[in-house]
Design a protein around this ligand. Structure first.
Ligand code: NDP
Length: 292
């Protein structure tokens, strides 16, 4: 038996199509197409690729993409002023500041300056607090994508034993909170966890968000477990670079019940969820009922 592959690419395409339908619904009611503003500071190569993909996906779903590319020597004040103007701009429903920022800039005040209603990355303290309190808000995109994949794979998660490896504010922690809200029994592991392999072997759902290539071995995985591999790690083998996850995929395949590949698993879901969050933000701003 080999694991069922959770095809994030196909699932994300479906989600993007649903987003496009919701955009048509909005415009039919006389609302403007939702606008997503993306702010990129500097010329980090990976960030350029991410932003290009986000712009393409935004336009592909019938939404408006508003790009702000700022030079690497942009000042903190100039960036804060731009965020303030986007907060006030009625044509902007979502604001995304691409991280990391150049070293001379402090990301915390920039994120804090984003209006929580337009915070489609779910990073402001208001949205972080709403998630922790179980209140509706805007949920970080990668964790949301993981939950949608788990929902597709397993349906009801109530009572399932879940292990999340990683506790970052961006990924591990919000995933653990969403799993708890879905009534899973959740353990959060990190670099100080003892007997991580033993913890993993008890998990029916294993989420790896560590950032280390092939860290989770096949014999850590319980037979039939659902494995969500968030990691994106670039490795070079025989002079050729490729992306691998945090889970040793070939070892996991014969043991797990279902698994996300890297690439093509969680990654594509992240951008689709960004679009979904923008549509939700647009609905709320107009006082319309947001799609689920
Ligand atoms: P961080 O570096 O912020 O967090 C890594 C977490 O892993 C920390 O909580 C850390 O523990 C834990 N960790 C590190 N080493 C170990 C270890 N030896 N044993 C157990 N736990 C360990 O990374 P992110 O959360 O931002 O990202 C995680 C991965 O997900 C990366 O590969 C990143 O590229 C990828 N990613 C993928 C996205 C996607 O769209 N698919 C989006 C965002 C990220 P501690 O807290 O104790 O230091």
């Amino acid at each position: 038996m080999t694991a069922r592959i959770l095809d994030g690419k196909a699932f994300a395409a479906k989600l993007r199509a649903q987003v496009a339908d919701a955009v048509v619904g909005l415009t039919k009611r006389g609302r403007p197409a939702p606008g997503l503003a993306v702010v990129l500071v500097g010329d980090d190569a990976a960030s350029q690729v991410y932003v290009r993909n986000k712009v393409k996906a935004t336009e592909g779903a019938g939404m408006r993409s508003i790009e702000h590319r700022l030079p690497a020597d942009t000042t903190q004040d100039a960036l804060l002023q731009l965020v303030a103007s986007l907060n006030d701009d009625p044509t902007v429903d979502g604001i995304l500041v691409q991280l990391p920022l150049p070293r001379h800039l402090d990301s915390a005040p920039v994120i804090a300056a984003i209006s929580p209603a337009k915070d489609v990355d779910g990073l402001t303290i208001e949205n972080v607090g709403r998630l922790a309190a179980g209140l509706p808000g805007l949920v970080p995109c990668t964790p949301l994508g993981c939950m949608l994949l788990l929902d597709a794979a397993l349906g009801d998660l109530a009572g399932k034993r879940a292990l999340v490896i990683g506790r970052s504010a961006l990924v591990g922690r919000p995933i653990a909170q969403l799993l708890t809200q879905a009534n899973a029994t959740v353990t959060v592991a990190h670099s100080k966890t003892r007997d991580l392999a033993g913890e993993a072997r008890r998990a029916e759902i294993l989420v790896a968000a560590i950032g280390q290539a092939d860290f989770v071995r096949g014999d850590w995985i319980a037979p039939g477990a659902t494995v969500i591999d968030v990691g994106i790690n670039r490795i070079v083998e025989n002079g050729t670079a490729r992306l691998v996850g945090d889970v040793a995929y070939d070892e996991a395949l014969p043991v797990a019940g279902a698994i996300t590949p890297v690439p093509g698993g969680v990654g594509p879901m992240t951008i689709a969820c960004l679009l979904a969050n923008t549509v939700v933000a647009a609905h709320r701003r107009h006082g319309d009922v947001a799609p689920r």
